[in-house]
Ligand binder design. Structure first.
Ligand code: LLP
Length: 385
């Protein structure tokens, strides 16, 4: 991914910055499309993972829809050229203003998470002549076996409708004159690498569908959410997730009714490995028990390690010296501002270029202005040729 020419270009750019390798993005999209090729499968890209213009444009040009979680993401999707009929809107706390944005845009579906939310959308839609499509996001109580903070489908999580509230919603359905129930939605978590989890999800969805069918309720689409994980450790060996195995699980196990569509809302698996955070070494500091590499990038540019103790591969692009062990940290006044402990790197000097890999998803979008830091810029591979 980083040949000498690219590294030389990096040297002329102000650090830290995000670098996006568009070849990796395109290869990932090709694999995604080949393996999801089925008449009734439809992909909506989760904008929350990365909403950069060029990334969105490329994804849109591949015929993929948009999964949004805010009014501003809906606006961004429309600005990028996504067709409103290809936009779905999720979120546990949609504000009235955001709901109105969704209604006025004419998006394809609201994924709803509570009785009050359905009542609110119904009320806000009354002035509008159109009937609003809604899907019910069910909390299936399935463990994603991922980090606690990115697990969303357990009964103690705030997401999705519980069985208790589901009964109440069904009893109230006939009161929602402005709504049409078109789908059933699930999203159980992110960075899921244990494929058994997706099998359990299929089994649970089948049970739920049968339960609804017995009551005479049918759905135009089933939305299985996102969550497919990437290989952060062996990113060079496995830059593209195993889409084949992932989609095969749904092809084989999900009971799809005639004429029904299956929606997928993938974010991380599409963009994580095309992105890198490029940083410069400010100082090498000898601590009491360890040597620190202090970077000019910190948790303000990439919060994942501090927030989820997540692993990102760290490499030195400037040195080929003998290996040393370092703690790689940022400059922010927080003890959690650590990118990696006991990282083996070639002998590292001030001004060396360091790359933090697999940061295309939930990297730049989650950056902060804490300490009044400037926002890091981003560069794309086609601009550095
Ligand atoms: N659909 C819904 C309703 C979601 O909440 C999410 C992610 C997705 C789809 C996309 O999931 P993905 O395919 O990217 O796993 N900031 C965390 C990840 C939070 C994920 C939030 N929801 C991180 O850096 O790991």
């Amino acid at each position: 991914m980083f040949n000498n020419k690219t590294i030389n270009k990096f040297r002329s750019l102000a650090t830290p910055f995000y670098y996006y390798d568009l070849e990796t993005l395109n290869d990932t999209l090709n694999s995604l499309l080949i393996n999801s090729d089925s008449d009734n499968f439809k992909i909506h890209y989760a904008l929350k993972a990365n909403a950069n213009n060029k990334i969105l444009e490329i994804i849109k040009h591949n015929g993929i829809g948009a999964d949004c979680v805010s009014g501003n993401e809906i606006k961004k999707a429309v600005e990028t050229g996504f067709n409103p009929s290809d936009i779905v809107f999720a979120g546990v706390g949609k504000s009235d203003e955001e709901i109105i944005t969704g209604i006025n845009t004419g998006i394809s579906c609201f994924n709803c998470e509570s009785l009050q939310e359905l009542q609110t959308i119904n009320e806000l839609a009354k002035g509008n002549n159109n009937i609003i499509n809604v899907a019910l996001r069910i909390n299936p109580n399935i463990d994603a076996k991922s980090h606690y903070y990115i697990t969303t489908g357990l009964k103690e999580n705030k997401f999705g409708i519980s069985q208790n509230e589901l009964n109440e919603i069904i009893n109230n359905l006939s009161n929602f004159n402005s709504l049409k129930l078109t789908g059933l939605h699930f999203h159980i978590g992110s960075q899921i690498t244990n494929f058994e989890v997706f099998k359990s999800l299929c089994i649970r969805i089948n049970e739920m569908q049968r339960w609804f069918t017995d009551m005479g309720i049918f759905f135009e689409h089933i939305n299985v959410g996102g969550g497919l994980g990437v290989d952060y450790v062996n990113v060079n060996k496995n830059p593209i997730p195993n889409f084949k195995e992932y989609f095969n699980i749904f092809k084989e196990l999900l009971e799809i009714h005639s004429g029904q569509s299956v929606y997928f809302e993938l974010g991380r698996s599409i963009v994580a490995n095309c992105g890198s955070l490029i940083s410069k070494v400010l100082y090498i500091k000898k601590g009491t028990t360890t040597k620190f590499v202090i970077l000019d990038a910190g948790m303000t540019e990439l919060i994942r390690p501090a927030l989820y103790q997540s692993y990102h591969k760290i490499e030195n692009l400037s040195s080929e010296g003998t290996k040393e062990i370092y703690d790689v940290v940022g400059p922010i006044c927080e003890t959690s501002d650590i990118f990696g402990k006991a990282v083996s790197l070639p002998f590292t000097h001030r001004d060396d270029l360091i790359v933090i890999r697999s940061t295309g998803a939930y990297g730049e979008v989650m950056s902060l202005s804490y300490n009044l830091r400037d926002k890091a810029k981003h560069h794309y591979s086609d601009e550095l040729k």
